[in-house]
Design a binder for this molecule. Sequence first.
Ligand code: AVJ
Length: 335
Amino acid sequence: MASASMPRFRLVELTGGDPFAEFARDVAAGLTAEPKHLSCCYFYDREGSRLFEAICELPEYYLTRAETEILERHAREIASLFQGDVTVIELGSGNAVKTRLVLDALLPGRRVRYVPIDICRPVLEESAADLLQRFPPLEIVAVAAEYHEGLRHLRSESDRPRLILWLGSNIGNFTRAEAATFLGRIRDTMTSADRMLVGVDLRKDRAVLEAAYDDAAGVTAAFNRNLLARINYELNGNFDLSAFQHRAIYNEDLGRIEMYLASTRVQSVTIGRIGLTVRFAAGETIHTENSYKYSQAELNAVATAAGLKDQCFWQDAAGRFSLHLLARRTDSAET
Ligand code: AVJ
C-alpha cells in the first residue's frame, strides 16, 4: 500500500503489562468497594466502541453534532494558525470522523503526520485505514495505549509544531482537579509553537443532559450494561444483564452526569477468574461513569491551573458545546 522506504502507517503498542490482569484487579477492587464502582475506561472493548459510535448519532446526544458544527465552521481558521509541516496528536481518537475536518483543513500545502492514541486497537486500525485512503499524503503513527502511556509517546513526537486534539468532551471523565493535572502534564511536553484543542460540553438544563445520557432507544443503557457483558466473557462472570437498570443523573452541584447500573433485586454474582462472589441489595448501584460539564469560568480555571492559556474558543450556534485553543502560558508565574 505504501512505498517501502517511507511507510505511511505504523502502529505502536504501549499497553503496559497484562491488560486482563489489570481489568481483573480493577473489577475486584471496584465491586468490593462501598459504594460499588467500575472504571469507564473499560467501556471501550470492540462492542463498546461500536455502541459509543451509535450513541454519537442519537438525536438526544447533541455533543458530537455540536462539536462537528464548530469544526466545520472553524477548521480553516485553526489550520491557518500553523505555518509549515505539523504533527496532529489525538487523545482518545475513536473513529476519528471529526478529525477529518481538521486534517482536511491542514493538509493543503504542508506535510501532516497524524498520531492517534486510543485504547481500542481494532478501532485505531480501522480509522487509520480509512484516513490513509481519504488523504493520500497523510502519514500515520497510531498508538494503542491509555492516556498515561500515550503521554510518554507525546514527548517523542517533537520534530514539528504540534496540534494536540482532545475532543468530544473526553475531558469530562476526569474530575476538574484530575483534568488540571493531566493538562499540566501535556503542557510540560509542549513548546511555544504547540497548541491544544479541547472540546468541552457546557453546563446546561438538566432535562437536556439527562436525555443525552438516557436515550429513548436504549443505546446508552446497552453501552453501560456492556461493561457487565465484558466482565462475563473476559473474567468468566455470570451477571444477568437484564437484572441491572441503567441510570443517568445530573448532579448539578458538581456539574456532572453520573451513570449507574442499579440491581433490580437482591442477587449474587460470581466472577470466576477472580474467584469473587458479589452480593447486591435490591436497588444497589454500581457507579460506572462521571461526565463533567463546564462553564467558561470552570474551563478557564482548569487551563490556568495547568499552566495553559485559553487563546480563543468557539461555540456551536445553540451554545451547548465549546472548543478551546490552548497554548503554553509563559508568563512570570511559571515555575
Ligand atoms: C466519550 C466520555 C465523552 O461522557 O459523553 C456517552 C461517554 N457515556 N454516553 C461522554 C458517554 C455515555 C462520553 N465521552
